[in-house]
Ligand binder design. Structure first.
Ligand code: IMP
Length: 177
């Protein structure tokens, strides 16, 4: 089903890695050697998360959180936790690693959920930000890789029906040919 997909190159692998190095430096500077728990939101943020933490010098533990919010194709903001954190983050510095913020509904709900665990500090890093699509206004994304226009993207962790995640660069998905 994906053999004839229309994929237009959008952000090259080298550009992604260059931006990740910059983000890693910025985030390291903020934590200044304090230990953190990096929380990868599954599945999309795995690729970005691994590349990011390998560039960081901050001592850290990593954990994953799996939540779903979409009912059909629309974000609802009501999330279901499929798999919770394994590490106790109470009183710790936590960094949520997300792939993309679109309406912001999913991330807002996840921030509320993680915040209830009372970390000492909670920051968010997100690779892509579709800022024009935001519907929540009280969500602060502390570190952003790229601000993008309203295109549906695939590759480098981004999927369409679970396809294309493993491509090493980001493409605009234009449907099946
Ligand atoms: P939000 O609740 O509208 O912010 O939805 C965010 C979630 O929608 C992300 O974590 C992705 O799973 C998914 N998503 C939004 N835009 C895209 C895209 O362009 N490509 C792939 N997934 C996307």
């Amino acid at each position: 089903m994906t053999a004839n997909a229309k994929l237009t190159p959008y952000i090259k692998a080298a550009e992604i890695q260059t931006r990740i190095k910059e983000l890693a430096k910025e985030i390291d500077a903020y934590y200044a050697g304090k230990e953190i728990i990096a929380i990868f939101l599954l599945n999309g943020a795995i690729f970005f998360g691994v590349d990011l933490v390998r560039q960081m010098k901050t001592p850290m533990k990593i954990d994953t959180l799996s939540a779903s919010s979409y009912s059909g194709t629309e974000s609802t903001g009501v999330i279901k936790i499929n798999s919770d954190l394994k590490i106790n983050i109470t009183g710790k510095h936590a960094l949520i690693v997300e792939d993309i913020v679109d309406t912001g509904l999913t991330l807002k709900s996840i921030v509320n959920f993680v915040g209830q665990k009372k970390p000492a500090d909670l920051k968010i890093v997100c690779l892509l930000d579709k800022y024009e699509r935001r519907v929540v206004d009280n969500l602060t994304v502390d570190y952003t890789g790229f601000k993008i226009e309203d295109n549906f993207v695939v590759g480098y962790g981004f999927d369409y029906n679970e396809n294309f995640r493993t491509l090493d660069q980001i493409y605009i998905y234009g449907g099946e040919g």
